[in-house]
Design a protein around this ligand. Structure first.
Ligand code: SF4
Length: 198
């Protein structure tokens, strides 16, 4: 599969004139499609498909629209310590707009880096599995990731029982806008992203 390098994008309008090795022609698609008819998948897919063409809304507005239309009332906020100020504002936005929130910081439990056989420092290790398990215990309807580290987010998503959406991704250099590097991939970031090979 190599959709990223396809210049045809026939799938946008159906499956006519697809290129060679196009995954759109795989017969498994019809069986997999049935999964959209199951309870929670049906609601999430229908609401997100209905809302996705709308223009002019910020990500947090879209997140609230999505939650409202899915009937989600209790929102879990899994946030990074480095974005604690942002999490406070996000919490206020959700509650002001009628949602109930539960929030858990990445450093919950204050566990040592020795847990994963790394040298202990004054900084405790992030604890995404507990973030997920505690939000599971609180029976949140939808969990929102706010700037969890790469990999910690993977573990959070792995253990979250509620569906997860990402409001913010952390980028320590680019003001949490990782696409900034991509937009500059053939200019200022070229040597970093495509380091010259021997
Ligand atoms: S599914 Fe087929 S047509 Fe669509 S982007 Fe991938 S290769 Fe191209």
């Amino acid at each position: 599969m190599n959709c990223a390098m396809c210049g045809i994008r026939a799938c946008k309008n159906g499956i006519e004139n697809t290129p060679k090795n196009c995954p759109s022609t795989d017969e498994d698609i019809n069986n997999i499609k049935d999964l959209y008819r199951t309870d929670e998948n049906y609601t999430i897919a229908k609401v997100s498909t209905k809302l996705s063409p709308q223009q002019g809304k910020t990500r947090i507005e879209e997140t609230m629209d999505f939650a409202r239309e899915c009937g989600y009332k209790k929102i879990g906020l899994a946030f990074c310590n480095a974005l604690a100020n942002e999490a406070k504002i996000i919490d206020k936005v959700f509650t002001y707009n009628g949602f109930e929130t539960e929030s858990v910081i990445c450093k919950v439990g204050g566990i040592s880096r020795e847990t994963v056989d790394l040298e202990a420092t004054s900084n405790t290790m992030c604890n995404p599995i507990v973030q997920a398990k505690f939000l599971n215990k609180a029976k949140t309807d939808l969990n929102v990731v706010i700037g969890l580290c790469v990999g910690h987010d993977s573990l959070f998503i792995k253990y979250s029982e509620a569906p997860v959406t990402v409001l913010a991704v952390k980028d320590k250099v680019l003001a949490h806008n990782p696409l900034g590097a991509i937009y500059m991939a053939d200019k200022y970031y070229k040597n970093k992203l495509f380091p010259p090979k021997e």
